[in-house]
Write a protein that binds this ligand. Structure first.
Ligand SMILES: NC(=O)C1=CN([C@@H]2O[C@H](COP(=O)(O)OP(=O)(O)OC[C@H]3O[C@@H](n4cnc5c(N)ncnc54)[C@H](OP(=O)(O)O)[C@@H]3O)[C@@H](O)[C@H]2O)C=CC1
Ligand SMILES: CC(C)(CO)C(=O)C(=O)O
Length: 311
């Protein structure tokens, strides 16, 4: 099975490297800067599950793509989605399946519109990774899960065909028969985690130390309420897991969005928090924690844009 990984960043680079190491046929679609980095230092992953140092991994640029890939793993940030769709479109033949790993849900609409819903799977990953300035991928924590699944009955048979390509590759992989619900559960958690850790500019354990874990729980409950009102009430175990992660004393857990803010990078605030807020069916509350977190991130982005214009 020929796999195209779109973006060799923190997520695409991590799972792509594990797949390469497991002997799978992987090519990374990259832009010029990342291509140069990979050619110079290779694909480097630092992980508690074992480091990878893969010299000159297979890469391709958008202008050289042909329709000879079976699986396209999409791992760009949401704000790059339109450009990424344009870039990898030449690789999408009638038999290809697209597996997006972005947080949130709205990307599915854009992908369905461009390629047809029958080619777009549901997918998510739970992992904490970041790309440093030199292009190395750092994996934190002790989880690296990837879940995928059919979004319609028509996809069920085709989705089974990618199991062998993703399994036994050095990360936890799972086919889900409730992928839409799992994506909403992940979205609920990441929206709350990004909101509270960005708002506090602190890790879960620091928020607990400040005696503010109740705010983390209130944010999670607000997100879960929106999911429920949209027909995807998170199941009890996912809520308990979320509460535990967001309130654990001493925990260094932060959402990747806080790492983006701390290095002055753009954020996925619109995709992860703004879109969830927009789907709220409750009476608007001007002082909702989610709204305050979103305003905080939009103010950060406004300042970032203003300062970039001056520079
Ligand atoms: N990091 C994490 O811990 C987690 C992240 N996620 C989600 O995964 C998604 C990806 O995040 P992450 O990997 O952290 O982001 P990164 O910014 O680390 O990586 C994204 C990569 O996509 C590349 N890219 C964007 N557009 C294109 C294009 N047109 N062609 C080729 N490459 C392109 C970027 O390349 P370039 O260098 O050229 O800009 C970049 O390397 C997000 O939705 C995030 O929310 C989910 C779970 C955990
Ligand atoms: C919450 C976490 C670490 C889980 O994968 C994540 O998705 C993120 O920080 O972007």
């Amino acid at each position: 099975m020929r796999i195209l990984v779109v973006g060799a960043g923190a997520i695409g680079g991590y799972f792509g490297a594990r797949l390469l190491k497991a002997g799978r046929d992987v090519t990374f679609l990259v832009r010029a800067k990342r291509a140069a980095q990979l050619a110079a230092i290779g694909l480097i992953v630092k992980s508690p599950f074992g480091d990878i140092d893969w010299p000159a991994p297979p890469t391709i640029s958008a202008d050289r793509l042909a329709k000879n890939f079976d699986l396209i793993i999409l791992s760009c940030k949401a704000y790059d989605l339109d450009g990424a769709i344009e870039s990898f479109a030449p690789a999408v033949g009638p038999g290809a399946l697209i597996l997006p790993l972005l947080n949130g849900m709205r990307h599915l609409d854009a992908l369905d519109q461009s390629f047809g819903a029958e080619q777009v799977l549901g997918g998510l990953c739970s992992i904490s990774t970041t790309l440093d300035a030199e292009g190395r991928i750092h994996h934190f924590g002790n989880f690296h899960n990837l879940a995928y699944g059919a979004r319609s009955v028509g996809q069920a048979e085709r989705v089974a065909s990618i199991g062998a390509a993703l399994s036994n590759a050095g990360f936890d992989e799972r086919r889900s028969d409730k992928i839409a619900l799992e994506m909403w559960e992940k979205w609920t958690f990441i929206a709350a985690a990004a909101s509270i850790t960005c708002l506090m500019r602190a890790a879960a354990g620091d928020i607990a130390a400040a005696g503010a874990s109740d705010l983390a729980i209130a944010t999670l409950d607000e997100c879960a309420g929106i999911a429920a009102d949209n027909g995807y009430a998170p199941r009890e175990p996912s809520i308990i897991r979320g509460r535990t992660m967001l309130t654990a004393p001493g925990s260094e857990f932060v959402a990747s969005m806080l790492r983006d803010v701390e290095r002055g990078a753009p954020t996925e605030a619109d995709h992860i928090i703004g879109d969830l807020l927009q789907r709220s069916k409750a009476e608007p509350d001007p002082f909702s924690l989610l709204r305050i977190a979103y305003a905080h991130l939009k103010a950060y982005e406004a300042r970032r844009a203003r300062e970039a214009q001056k520079a």
